[in-house]
Design a protein around this ligand. Structure first.
Ligand SMILES: [Zn+2]
Length: 361
């Protein structure tokens, strides 16, 4: 190539690059039409375990017509910024979106969540592509900002957003949300019939919050728990009232599953949690156990939570030979709190709560 032509080619390249860089930046929260949003092909999600990246999300097929939306977050962020999971279950005529994840429309500085352009449209695109022609409903496990933060994306869409009785709607919980968008249901009464035999039941588990809902999907042999059962690296309780409610409701959940699931349904039951990255710890990070490779928790975890929380009220940890271990005071993950482990379950609380539960002075 002659030098003159070479410079013309370079000049044209520079002009092209200049044009692409000079596109006006979209302001955070600004609305664009769907046609401007990149989409994804559901044909790439065929087998269980197939996954693809979309925006900040990893969409993973975890069952026939069940999808986990993993937001891997940032390991150096705080709270839900480290990573959250929400789920979409498709029936024949309706899709249930269980939780919504972090707020990328407004961001959340305390969790190092930065707003990004087109977050609302990207989120809507995601749920509409997975739902296909089905109508969409949303069920929220509990009102913590990392699990319903991006609710603003649903404003004006007519998509119903449900939350269980007992959750506090008078505060925004750190989210930038219109709390009037929620419809309230009673756990145990509300059922989501998605069609084709996919029926999602609701179950109250208090402790983490006062109106936490576990969504039970018997068709796919899965339960979706948000933070109600914890995610494997510890369930914390600041007062004895919360610990007591948790022990009561976990025993009720165990009884319910014993009655309504056949033995091999129980043994293969998948517990899909709200912060799946925590399952790798298999207990408290303070226990210095090697990380484990797990996609979900199980029936053993549910029983250990029920039994362990009950044994806290019997002071069983005072006996060194017992299976409820007192690990000591946390200095890594829960500074100042004390850690107790029973099998696969970990309980974190101030020492005075543990002593009060054991009726110690
Ligand atoms: Zn939570």
């Amino acid at each position: 190539m002659k030098t003159g032509k070479f410079f013309i080619v370079i000049l044209l390249l520079l002009v092209a690059v200049g044009i692409s860089f000079s596109q006006p930046a979209v302001e955070p929260g600004a609305r664009v039409s769907f046609s401007q949003i990149e989409t994804f092909d559901m044909g790439r999600l065929v087998r269980i375990g197939d996954e693809l990246k979309y925006g900040s999300y990893i969409i993973r097929k975890i069952g026939q017509d069940v999808y986990q939306i993993n937001d891997p977050g940032d390991i150096y962020a705080g709270g839900g910024g480290v990573g959250v999971d929400f789920y979409i279950v498709n029936g024949s005529h309706t899709s249930l979106v269980i939780d919504l994840g972090n707020d990328y429309i407004n961001g959340r500085p305390s969790n190092n969540i930065q707003p990004r352009p087109n977050a609302a449209e990207e989120f809507l695109s995601l749920i509409h592509i997975i739902a296909g022609s089905r109508r969409i409903e949303v069920g929220i496990t509990h009102l913590h900002a990392d699990h319903f933060g991006i609710i603003g994306a649903l404003e004006g869409t007519g998509i119903p957003v449900w939350v269980g009785h007992g959750e506090v709607l008078t505060a925004s919980h750190g989210a930038n949300a219109d709390m009037n968008m929620f419809q309230i249901f009673n756990q145990g009464e509300k059922v989501f019939d998605l069609g084709g035999g996919v029926i999602i039941e609701t179950f109250l588990v208090r402790g983490h919050t006062l109106g936490g809902t576990v969504f039970i999907d018997k068709h796919h042999n899965m339960i979706f728990t948000g933070d109600a059962l914890g995610s494997g690296c510890g369930q914390s309780f600041n007062d004895i009232g919360r610990l007591n409610l948790f022990a009561i409701d976990m025993q009720r959940l165990v009884d319910y599953i014993m009655i309504n699931f056949l033995p091999y349904e129980r043994y293969t039951l998948q517990v899909q949690v709200g912060n799946s990255w925590q399952t790798a710890w298999g207990g408290s990070p303070d226990s210095f156990l090697p990380l484990i490779d797990l996609a979900f928790l199980d029936w053993c975890f549910i029983q250990d939570l029920a039994t362990g929380s009950r044994l806290m009220f019997e002071g069983v940890w005072l006996d060194q030979r017992s299976m409820l271990h007192h690990l000591g005071t946390s200095y890594v993950s829960w500074p100042g709190m004390d850690i107790f482990m029973y099998g696969t379950a970990t309980f974190v609380m101030p020492m005075e709560v543990a002593r009060m539960a054991a009726l110690l002075p």
